[in-house]
Design a protein around this ligand. Structure first.
Ligand SMILES: [Fe+2]
Ligand SMILES: [Fe+2]
Length: 289
């Protein structure tokens, strides 16, 4: 498809920033000395570098079909932001390797699955479309998590190492900025709303399952997977106030299924400037070409 009509509905400026964390002194349990919370964070961080590189490939596969210069520019900024996120999460994952966790083996499995899907997409229109749909769904998921991080920082970051807190805050701001790009590419290239909703159900399950599976592997490595204190922390974090992460995200997750849903209609009121000021000491602007 190639038209000259408006294809980008992203009204936010997508700015690429370099985040330079000093993670040298990060401790083994960097969230309130709590193994579950730390490893749940590690689990997500381990999925990010390969996951975000998969997002890039999935969106770039459609780049030649986009005629709107604004959406072309959004794609470029989206890719540059996600590339920075991958690099910084690689650094965070290095700290987990330093403590002896089997990060490399887990990354190898994720890489094999996601790179396999990209390979399939080279000869299959279905997989090319599926990859973009999965990226669009996971971008909604990351925007929801970002909103949690930005609106409830005292709860989400309670007891977290300050450098890692800043890392997640920066990542959250940029996820909000580029939340609509993959969706716009999906729509502009004729993606079906029904397929998107089906893929949302599949990817949501896979995202939660994978995060918890990796968390379990890391907890098992420490020999604390079946300790009552670990389960107490997990139940509280996922289901009970004040965190209740799984319950808190449900209303925003459901918006995806509303007729006429577009990511730019949501989260536009978040005060990302204040958060960027807070983490400013770690940031440098990056010129993109
Ligand atoms: Fe990201
Ligand atoms: Fe993203």
């Amino acid at each position: 498809m190639s038209t000259n009509t408006r294809q980008s509905f992203t009204d936010t400026t997508i700015e690429v920033r370099k985040f330079d964390p000093n993670l040298e002194r990060v401790e083994r349990y960097y969230i309130a000395n709590d193994p579950f919370k730390t490893h749940f964070s590690n689990a997500m961080s381990i999925t990010f570098p390969e996951g975000e590189r998969y997002f890039l490939r999935s969106v770039l596969a459609y780049r030649d079909e986009i005629s709107d210069p604004k959406l072309q520019d959004d794609i470029k900024q989206f890719c540059a932001q996600e590339a920075q996120h991958s690099l910084v999460h690689d650094k965070l994952n290095e700290t987990a390797k330093r403590f002896g966790y089997p990060v490399k083996a887990i990354e190898a499995v994720i890489s094999r699955v996601l790179r396999g899907r990209t390979e399939w997409a080279k000869t299959s229109a279905f997989w090319k479309r599926y990859n973009l749909a999965a990226t669009t769904c996971l971008e909604h998921f990351t925007a929801i998590l970002a909103k949690q991080a930005l609106t409830r920082p005292d709860i989400i970051f309670n007891g977290m190492d300050p450098a890692i807190r800043a890392l997640y805050q920066w990542h959250a701001v940029e996820e909000i900025e580029h939340r609509a790009v993959s969706f716009d590419v999906y729509k502009a290239t004729g993606g079906s709303a029904l397929l998107l909703r089906i893929v949302m159900l599949i990817t949501s399950f896979m995202f939660i399952f994978t995060s918890l599976r990796i968390t379990y592997v890391l907890l098992h490595h420490d020999g604390v997977a079946f300790k009552w204190s670990t389960w107490k922390s997990a139940i509280g974090y996922l289901f009970l106030p004040p965190e209740a992460m799984l319950f808190r995200v449900i209303p925003d997750w459901l918006t995806f299924f509303l007729p006429g849903f577009h990511p730019s209609k949501y989260h536009g009121d978040l005060d990302t400037r204040a958060v960027l000021n807070e983490v400013g000491e770690y940031l440098q602007p990056v010129a993109t070409v």
